[in-house]
Design a protein around this ligand. Structure first.
Ligand SMILES: [Zn+2]
Length: 220
């Protein structure tokens, strides 16, 4: 906590002054283009790797970047806050791009892989929460060569959570407009991979790959 308090003082004295104009412009409203679900892991810093300014990415962080699915009526059966974020992002903010970002060396994935019931006595809430990743264990989606079993689960879990998001009413009602994206952050190499449905696997994001994707979709 000592370090956090010191950082807040530093923020006020060094980082905040050059950002004052930007924050003043954003003070009245936000206009994010993307709803991003990512893990609470302290090494995953989405605003760093997305180079996003304040107001550009609407972020929800959960343990394991899990999103509980919705029921047949499209109402969330997991965390109400997450379900609210989906509704707010789509219904109020007009967001049409939703991404889930998993990451390497994820503790939640390790617990799922080990068998979440092992943690029931000490972490009953966590054990219950991880149920939303159980289906990820049954997936067999292709992963890049050399991916560890744990990271492979994290990648497949991203796709599983996107599948859950697709069940929400706000998403169902906008099937033609809403675009779902899978991302994976490899901490050790500081590289972000994108799930490419054409290839059926995660690929490293570089200039060439982004140009190819934008050309194929006609989107900027
Ligand atoms: Zn994690």
């Amino acid at each position: 906590m000592r370090r956090l308090l010191r950082s807040l003082v530093d923020f006020h004295s060094t980082l905040a002054p050059p950002l004052k104009t930007l924050f003043a412009e954003k003070a009245g409203s936000q206009n994010p283009e993307v709803l991003l679900f990512t893990c609470s892991d302290s090494r995953v810093v989405p605003h760093l790797f997305s180079s996003a300014e304040p107001g550009e990415v609407f972020v929800v962080r959960t343990v394991g970047n899990l999103v509980g699915p919705a029921d047949e009526a499209g109402k969330g059966v997991g965390d109400v806050s997450e379900a609210s974020a989906i509704e707010y992002a789509l219904e109020v903010l007009g967001i049409r791009d939703i991404a889930v970002c998993g990451h390497s060396n994820c503790g939640a994935m390790r617990a799922v892989k080990d068998g979440r019931q092992k943690y029931k006595a000490v972490a009953p809430n966590l054990t219950d929460w991880l149920v939303h990743a159980e289906a990820s264990l049954l997936r067999n989606d292709a992963v890049p060569p050399g991916t560890s079993p744990e990271d492979a689960l994290a990648m497949r879990n991203v796709l599983q959570q996107l599948q859950h998001i697709a069940t929400y009413r706000s998403v169902q009602q906008r099937k033609a407009e809403v675009r779902l994206h899978g991302l994976f952050f490899d901490i050790g190499t500081a590289r972000v991979l994108l799930f490419e449905s054409d290839k059926g696997t995660f690929v490293p994001l570089d200039e060439a790959e982004v140009s190819r994707l934008l050309d194929s979709t006609g989107r900027a």
